[in-house]
Design a protein around this ligand. Structure first.
Ligand code: NAD
Length: 469
């Protein structure tokens, strides 16, 4: 059986303990993933610490070139890694699945490679000149979730490395294997110690985030864990980039052509079987357009093939794990018990964590499927009569990662967009993130920004050189 290993100080670490990783599509055993010990956390942090100064002293140009080489390594190995993602995480190879995730990994590596944070003269007069420099923070702890395991790890590690930090990454215990393989490959072009991994669940994660030698924490995951990480950071005072859960609302403005927007709405909601932070998780549709939107979405849903994502025809795979599968089933059962209109599409295989694509109508604010983050393929569609009430509905929950407005005329949509509370408000698209465009949550969806120049700044600290003339 294939055994996967952590990388510490540029070397593969022989695991003391391991656990089995199964394919969510069929229950097949995929391989053994290591579980780090506390001692291994120490080793990884100290390898990152030892490597950091020399890495930071390399020229900015050199680090940019090495980052570009990482993009090449990812490109050359994308088919291998995409296959591993599909068998471990579940998303299909085809469509917006694991090949798409690998393209994103390449794009989000090329982005920081092409950017530069130059020193900025913030004040100058006859007597003084003050220049703000951006210097690395030191050792970054990166904690990743299981939904887009490689892409989100790349979002965390690449800007950090690009700016002269070193990294200890902990992938999710549900999806460690493909990430470990990616890190092993990336290490071929990095000096030892710049990028290290540890593995295990939250207990090992908290050893890392509370470690006194950590200078920055990049966390993507649930709100509950986010709160624990803030507490852990009292041990090291590390600044945190906190990317938490979402419960994104999408509002379709009255009179919008349902057929024209249906595909965008569909993938906005069902990307990665809904297991995406910035998916549409609540859809608000004017009562006059409700049936048209329901049936357009139903038409698309009925064309989807659900199954093992290694089959090139499959566009909808399994949920990643039992916990998530049960959670979505429970929310749909709750909606059904409350006489909602539950419409299910697609044949699901007998084995594996498969669920049908599910549209849930006749549902209102306050019901569980609307108010809780489902993180799965069940979309509540809420009717509204008054647009102001729909805006209030969209803004009423603590989560505020993304939102979107859909309309035939984007100018009309812009006014509604300006009233929505979220880190990003998209118009006629949803979840359309880009390596050059800052992304982050408002309110309970977290704080700090990733991507673009803002993302690079977030893994640096400001240092001012103040000159008396
Ligand atoms: P999770 O919070 O359960 O786990 C995330 C990671 O944190 C895992 O690696 C886990 O092992 C680790 N962890 C758990 N407890 C810890 C602790 N006490 N200290 C340190 N690390 C700990 O989240 P998940 O279920 O893997 O991911 C799903 C959630 O992530 C959803 O809410 C989703 O919306 C959110 N998410 C947000 C974004 C974003 O960019 N805002 C992106 C993807 C996912």
């Amino acid at each position: 059986m294939q055994k996967y290993q952590n990388v510490v100080n540029g070397e593969l670490a022989e695991p003391v303990e391991s656990h089995k990783i199964f394919n969510p599509a069929n229950g097949d055993l995929l391989g053994l993933a290591p579980i780090s010990t506390e001692n291994e956390v120490e080793q990884a942090v100290s390898a990152a610490r030892d490597a950091q100064l020399a890495w930071a002293r390399r020229s900015d140009k050199e680090r940019a070139e090495i980052t570009a080489r990482i993009a090449k390594v990812l490109e050359e190995n994308s088919e291998y890694l995409a296959n591993l993602i599909t068998r471990e995480q579940g998303k299909p190879l085809s469509g917006p699945g694991s090949r798409f995730e690998m393209q994103a990994c390449v794009g989000w590596t090329q982005g920081p490679a092409s950017l530069e944070l130059t020193p900025e003269v913030v004040y100058e007069d006859d007597e003084r000149k003050d220049t703000l420099h951006r210097v690395p923070l030191g050792v970054v702890a990166a904690i990743a979730p299981w939904n887009w395991p490689l892409m989100i790890a790349i979002w965390q590690i690449i800007p950090a490395i690009r700016m002269g930090n070193t990294v200890v990454l902990k992938p999710s215990e549900y999806t460690p294997i493909a990430t470990l393989e990616m890190v092993r490959l990336i290490n071929q072009v990095l000096p030892p110690g710049v990028l290290n991994t540890i593995t295990g669940d939250g207990r090992i994660g908290s050893k890392l985030t509370s470690h006194p030698d950590i200078d920055k924490i990049m966390f993507t995951g649930s709100e509950a864990t986010g709160r624990r990480i803030i507490e852990a950071s009292t041990h090291n005072l590390a600044p945190i980039t906190l990317e938490l859960g979402g419960n994104d609302a999408a509002i379709v403005l009255p009179g919008t052509n349902a057929g024209a927007i249906a595909e965008g709405l569909f993938w906005g909601a069902f990307l990665n079987m809904g297991q995406t932070c910035a998916c549409i998780k609540r859809l608000y549709v004017h009562e006059d357009d409700y049936e048209a939107v329901m049936s357009s979405l139903g038409n698309i849903a009925s064309q989807m093939t659900i199954g093992d994502g290694t089959d090139e025809n499959v566009l909808i795979g399994p949920l990643q794990n039992k916990m998530q599968y049960e959670k979505v089933r429970e929310l749909v059962a709750d909606a059904r018990a409350n006489q909602c209109d539950v419409r299910e599409f697609g044949d699901t295989p007998d084995k594996g964590y498969f669920l049908p694509v599910t549209l849930v109508g006749d549902i209102n604010d306050g019901q569980r499927l609307v108010d809780e983050e489902q993180f799965g393929p069940a979309l509540p569609i809420v009717r509204y009569r008054d647009l102001n009430a729909a805006v209030a509905s969209a803004n009423r929950l603590p989560a505020a990662l993304g939102a979107s407005v859909w309309a035939d005329d984007p100018a009309t949509a812009a006014e509604t967009a300006s009233r929505l509370e979220a880190g990003t408000i998209w118009i006629n698209q949803h979840g359309a993130i880009h390596p050059m465009v800052p992304f982050g949550g408002n309110k309970a969806s977290g704080y700090g920004c990733e991507f673009g120049l803002e993302g690079l700044k977030a893994v640096t600290q400001a240092r001012v050189i103040s000159l008396k003339k």
